[in-house]
Design a protein around this ligand. Structure first.
Ligand SMILES: NC(=O)c1ccc[n+]([C@@H]2O[C@H](COP(=O)([O-])OP(=O)(O)OC[C@H]3O[C@@H](n4cnc5c(N)ncnc54)[C@H](OP(=O)(O)O)[C@@H]3O)[C@@H](O)[C@H]2O)c1
Length: 329
């Protein structure tokens, strides 16, 4: 038996139950992994609340973790007991002390702090596809990043800055504004205090921005469209404040705008593209070009508190769950 977070009904953080579960032995092509650091992503909240459809109920949330191999099934030749691995994308979630993982979903841990790797992959890959694939940020572009101090937002700002863009970030507090500045924002707007559309208009002298990276959704969507220059790109890649209202085509026609709702799950990313993107993220993290901010850790048993804090906008950077009794390494 191992301890895991289980969800029997969709709802608030209180539906995350701490329970004993049976995981069994790995079958052909599988490994058993004792998780040491579990990355928390806002999408875990979408699955918990039903914004994204879960494959089955009950389920264990979580889409990524770092851990140590404790058993291998037949046909597994590239990993052995004791190897440290990162894994992501298995059917069963990662909010568990130990789990069975398809060997295809795991790779050996690079020589980088495990807490950093557990924080870097889903968020880093999202940032990378946003600035390099779904939209290509170029030198001289002006870009607007909402939730600029968040897990993905922090990396988006750093990456867009690295590519030579003028970066405008929005955040909810002064503390988050300091972080966003450090992460490469040339201008930071505290959107709880200032009207971000007016400020973007002032900053760009009325020209608008080439692209908005909008993960906030309902509260920012309309304003984001207003910040774009003619033929600008609206990258609506999340909805932490709720689903945006339906958009009439006339809202795009007003400035011949492009609107996309890209997702790593549905944009047909090939294995080669993913391999290249992972390599890029890990090399930038390893070299220090991308700073991963592990700002919060919680014991795995306290996952509900982590979810509550994230939903209440109390967090910045990344959150990692540490299985009780583990050092996270
Ligand atoms: N499309 C994809 O493939 C993909 C993949 C991964 C993640 N994502 C998206 O990326 C976004 C960021 O994910 P993350 O894990 O890094 O989370 P996060 O950005 O660290 O956390 C959410 C942030 O959103 C902001 N926010 C604004 N209004 C909010 C509200 N009403 N409730 C809660 N938060 C609000 C808060 O920042 P302030 O306090 O500064 O406002 C909050 O800290 C999510 O929307 C997620 O869906 C998309």
């Amino acid at each position: 038996m191992v301890k895991a977070i289980r969800v029997y009904e969709l709802g608030g953080p209180e539906v995350l139950k701490w329970e004993d579960i049976e995981i069994g032995d790995p079958k052909e092509g599988e490994i058993r992994v004792k998780n040491t650091a579990i990355g928390v992503n806002f999408i875990d909240i979408y699955f918990r609340t039903g914004v994204y459809k879960v494959p089955e109920i009950p389920f264990t949330p979580g889409v990524e973790a770092v851990g140590v191999v404790t058993a291998v099934g037949s046909g597994v030749n590239n990993l052995k007991i004791g190897d440290a691995v990162y894994h992501s994308g298995s059917a069963m979630g990662t909010y568990t002390e130990e789990q069975i993982v398809s060997v295809e979903k795991a790779f050996p841990l690079p020589p980088i702090d495990p807490l950093v790797v557990a924080s870097a992959m889903v968020k880093g890959l999202t940032a990378r596809f946003l600035v390099r694939t779904w939209f290509k940020v170029e030198q001289g572009h002006t870009v607007l990043v909402h939730a600029a101090a968040g897990g993905v937002g922090s990396l988006l700002c750093q990456w867009a800055n690295m590519l030579g863009a003028i970066v405008i970030g929005t955040v909810s507090t002064k503390e988050k504004a300091i972080q966003a500045k450090e992460d490469g924002c040339h201008h930071v707007i505290i959107y709880k205090e200032e009207d971000f559309v007016t400020r973007v208009n002032e900053i760009t002298s009325g020209k608008g921005v080439e692209v908005v990276f909008d993960s906030v959704g309902k509260d920012t969507f309309e304003g984001s469209l207003a910040c774009l220059k003619p033929r600008g790109y609206m990258m609506s890649y999340g909805q932490s404040s709720g689903m945006p209202d339906p958009v009439p085509l006339s809202a795009l026609a007003a400035k011949s705008l492009f609107l996309t709702r890209p997702s790593m799950r549905t944009s047909g990313i090939s294995k080669d593209e993913m391999r290249e993107a992972k390599g890029d993220v890990l090399s930038k993290v390893g070299s220090g070009a991308l700073r991963i901010r592990v700002n919060h850790t919680y014991p795995l048993s306290q996952a509900a508190q982590a979810h509550a804090d994230m939903a209440d906008r109390k967090t910045s950077g990344s959150i990692v769950l540490i299985p009780d009794g583990s050092s996270g390494q």
